[in-house]
Design a protein around this ligand. Sequence first.
Ligand SMILES: NC(=O)c1ccc[n+]([C@@H]2O[C@H](COP(=O)([O-])OP(=O)(O)OC[C@H]3O[C@@H](n4cnc5c(N)ncnc54)[C@H](O)[C@@H]3O)[C@@H](O)[C@H]2O)c1
Length: 340
Amino acid sequence: MNILITGAAGFIGSHMTYRLWKKGYHLILVDNFSYGHIENLVFDDHDFSEEVIRMDIRDKEGINYLMQNNKIDYIYNFAGIAALPECQAEPVEAIDVNVNGLVNILENARIYGVKKIIQASTNAIYENEKRFPTDENISELPTLIYPNTKYMAERFAESYCNTYGMSVSCLRFSNVYGPHVDCLRKQPPFVAYMIRELYYDRTPVFFSNGEQKRDYIYVDDLINLALAVLDSTGFDVVNVSGNECYSVNEMYQIAQEIMKKSIPASYAKDNQYWEKYGLYRGKYTIKQEILNHEINKYSLCDNSYAKNKYKWRPCVTMREGLKKMIEAQSVFLSQLGKKI
Ligand SMILES: NC(=O)c1ccc[n+]([C@@H]2O[C@H](COP(=O)([O-])OP(=O)(O)OC[C@H]3O[C@@H](n4cnc5c(N)ncnc54)[C@H](O)[C@@H]3O)[C@@H](O)[C@H]2O)c1
């Protein structure tokens, strides 16, 4: 059985790679290394760094060549631009990668008869929802660029399923955390940032009052569901959530307890964060109420569909998950040889 994983060197893609390899599948790994790290593909018992193909999912000839020359049965499309302010600042690139990239995969999957595609989607699609916990039925479409790219990607996946009888599961991940979250980025995802600052005994700056609550999913739990959906057919959309909410301040408290540190956080105005992406340049600038809504957004996704249909359960508690992530990130930072 041949499985193509895109975004394999990224956070979630590298975990998917390892788990599928452990199950004995033959893997074809693709990443363009716009992000991602080759080190994410080096594990104690196997080194995938020589196996990954440096390719862009938008590369029509490249993806066609790959699919023509490998009988690919399944695809995990985990390549994508995930940072919300980055998508806002670079909308053409974000739409190109997140939408056209998937369509390139879908079109070649159609031609070469791929059995199933699993697409990385997001609970950011529920940006404007007011029903909590939020099930998979969308009643309010999103506003910002990132969730719209993922929503559009889902629509094209559905179009291919309805038109050609193909099978795609779109997994709407809540905020994912675990080892391999990229803590080297200038603006790392929040959990990796907070651990990094604590590791270096620095005061983290939160661009909010830290009270906004979101739901999370530990990466191993996510992978369990990504494996469980492999053989379902048709078009499917599935929430992937631990179904519990934590505020930034609560998570910071747990991280401090685990790391045995006590460093009060500092708080700054939300627009200072978005300013770094140039969103206040130009004639029209981002509306403050949109920004406030995004920063203070509450999220809680209903995971009962995944539980009922796929007999899946999230197993890792926030404290356990954070502990594993802290251990892995501390080892990574200690081996880096330089302070970042
Ligand atoms: N991490 C989260 O909390 C989260 C939540 C919801 C959805 N997602 C989605 O899950 C997917 C994986 O996210 P992640 O957190 O692992 O991100 P990541 O940035 O760690 O990994 C993404 C990988 O995709 C690669 N990539 C980007 N553009 C590419 C392209 N055009 N061609 C080939 N490779 C490309 C990057 O180099 C990187 O290695 C993304 O699609 C993201 O939108 C992530």
